[in-house]
Design a protein around this ligand. Sequence first.
Ligand code: HEM
Length: 115
Amino acid sequence: MFLRFAGLASPGRTRNGNGVWRGVTSGNLCERVGGEAAVDAAVDLFYRKVLTDPAIGHFFDNVDMDEQRGKRKAFLSMVFGGPNTYGGKDLRSAHAGLVGCGLDDSHFDAVAGHL
Ligand code: HEM
């Protein structure tokens, strides 16, 4: 999803006349979306959009963004079936404090919109 928005093409993929992707026959999802470099680029673009969104940027005011980008990249690589180096918290624990600061579905939707 956000790899598409990042304009990162996946190797070997073409669309048929109906707009359906063809040619994806092997490799894990991480490889199919373009590998770690594509995930890195997509995460960088994603956080540029998140930090400039007035609805959600403030949640990251006191966050070390270099560390955050690294965790997010490792998290996505893990869930896409690539190298698993994620050593961060589970998502419920990671966001528990933010719920106390007003995090709700509208903020999730805003983040999802940048993916
Ligand atoms: C698709 C949904 C989401 C995913 C997959 C995700 C993923 C992550 C990951 C992997 C971390 C690092 C966990 C750690 O520190 O060990 C994290 C932290 C964080 N996330 Fe999310 N997140 C999501 C939604 C959101 C939303 C909706 C917000 C707020 C608008 C948000 C704000 C934050 C902040 C501020 C932190 C840093 C917390 C801290 O350092 O204490 N996240 N997220």
